[in-house]
Design a binder for this molecule. Structure first.
Ligand SMILES: Nc1ncnc2c1ncn2[C@@H]1O[C@H](COP(=O)(O)OP(=O)(O)OP(=O)(O)O)[C@@H](O)[C@H]1O
Ligand SMILES: [Mg+2]
Length: 447
């Protein structure tokens, strides 16, 4: 007996223009999931996420030996939140934003810890999201599906799902100087390595070279430069291990040190060799070797910061509560620079992570001043032409039901500042510093 299988094109063709969710579910989703590589016994409908009674439309995981998803109903790998064609999922639509929020909640729900991918689709539009630890970011733009592009789109989504990059790449950036970018990069790398993660840091501030110096590592004369501009030199060849040893404990994370030649070449000359995607492309071959790649960037929006942000999945933005410019610069990065880079990139990344306050003591009255300032910045952004909503980036825990104005803090602490002199990350020298950065890692990255 032969069974006929529907193609994606004919599934799409079979859908009425205003098909509602049940029709899309019947006529489109089985073919979609099959073409994404899942068999029937690898897919559950109405999967209970563990977030109250909420269920996601589809959950899927490939069978490993006799561990069959429809039997165990545990450890899904992919979630699909489905809508009907009567709901507009183009990325300017209100319902698009609601649906993305809905998917994010599912991805972070208790029964979905193992999930790495989420899809929203109504058969007219489709977008793929990646989850790495706590961080959720787009892995494709919101794509309008047509009979012409659907085979290609779904094939490329399948390719991503089948071979996910292991690493989350994070640029630590703020246009404002002295807010703790380098300190954050070093100590976050230190704590993630301590927690057993494989970490690479990149010193992409060649003029200051603070990250390299604070670890007591030698500068690169021109190796990093060559690895970026020459086809046959790889970043892998210029990685320097940083070791911390104490008794039986040995911790390692890797560093690409700052490069003198990158500092010496004039910017216009550099631009001839360095494209916006150069660092991104060169890092690609390292993404299966690390859990985290952290890039320290300089305090400006010039070539190195632009390449760092382009290379990133997510941008971590330290600020100071008592420095208005650090807050305004954070807003500019979130509403202008990062969207510019997103537009230039094919996959909709990077995303901005919510800001945090770094390295200053905060009294309640000072906090109130900072909150007022942030509210002004949010209001201004809402009134501007693009009507940008900064709220989730300043107050990620704020909802209509709970007006929570919590902003994460890494407190001011003398042993953090003095650690650079010892050439050892503060998290390895001091228990309090260790706790501060563990909290930062948990707040932003670790599930
Ligand atoms: N939590 C903290 N507690 C105490 N001091 C801190 C803290 N975080 C950073 N610092 C200190 O603040 C100063 C600036 O930090 P850092 O060099 O990391 O900032 P940066 O943003 O990288 O600066 P630049 O823009 O020049 O690259 C340093 O002297 C650092 O030791
Ligand atoms: Mg710095």
């Amino acid at each position: 007996m032969t069974t006929t299988t529907t193609s994606l094109r004919s599934a799409l063709r079979s859908l009425p223009d205003q098909a509602q969710e049940p029709t899309v579910n019947d006529l489109f989703v089985p073919t979609l999931l099959r073409e994404l590589g899942f068999q029937q016994d690898e897919i559950l409908s109405e999967y209970k996420t563990g977030n109250g009674t909420k269920a996601v439309d589809k959950a899927a995981r490939k069978t490993i030996g006799d561990d069959i998803f429809i039997h165990t109903k545990t450890n899904p790998y992919l979630l699909v939140e489905l809508k009907g064609r009567d709901i507009n999922l183009s990325d300017e639509a209100v319902r698009y934003h609601h649906t993305v929020e809905q998917l994010k909640q599912y991805l972070l729900a208790p029964n979905c810890q193992t999930v790495e991918w989420g899809i929203i689709t109504n058969s007219c539009h489709l977008q793929l999201f990646r989850k790495h630890g706590k961080v959720i970011f787009p892995a494709t733009k919101c794509i309008e599906l047509s009979e012409e592009n659907i085979d290609e789109v779904i094939a490329s989504v399948r390719k991503k799902i089948e071979k996910p990059a292991k690493a989350l790449t994070i640029a630590v950036y703020n246009n404002k100087g002295g807010v703790g970018k380098t300190t954050t990069t070093v100590n976050l790398a230190g704590i993630l390595a301590f927690l057993g993660k494989k970490v690479l840091t990149v010193d992409f501030d060649p003029n200051q070279q603070d990250l390299t110096n604070s670890l007591g590592l030698p500068l690169s004369p021109d190796h990093f430069y060559k690895a970026l501009v020459e086809r046959d030199v790889e970043l892998r060849d210029i990685i320097y291990p940083y070791f911390f040893k104490k008794g039986n404990l040995e911790i390692r994370f890797d560093v690409i040190p700052a490069d003198k030649r990158l500092a010496e070449e004039p910017e216009d000359k550099l631009r001839n060799h360095l494209k916006l995607n150069t660092l991104y492309r060169k890092l690609e071959s390292l993404k299966q070797d690390y859990d985290y790649i952290l890039i320290d960037s300089p305090p400006n929006w010039r070539v190195f910061s632009q390449l760092a942000v382009y290379a990133a999945d997510a941008v971590l933005i330290p600020t100071k509560h008592n420095n208005l410019f650090s807050l305004e610069n954070a807003a500019t990065a979130i509403k202008n620079f990062i969207p510019e880079v997103q537009a230039a990139k094919l996959d909709g990344s990077p995303i901005a992570l919510p800001i945090f306050f770094n390295g200053e003591k905060i009294t309640p009255p000072q906090l109130a001043v900072a909150q007022q300032e942030l509210i002004n910045i949010i209001k201004t952004a809402k009134r501007e032409k693009e009507k940008f909503n900064l709220l989730p980036y300043f107050y990620p825990k704020y909802t209509d039901a709970r007006k929570d104005l919590h902003i994460h803090q890494v407190p001011s602490y003398a042993n953090i500042a003095s650690s650079a002199f010892a050439r050892i990350p503060a998290v390895y020298r001091d228990r309090t510093a260790h706790e501060y950065y563990k909290n930062l890692a948990k707040e932003y990255f670790l599930q």
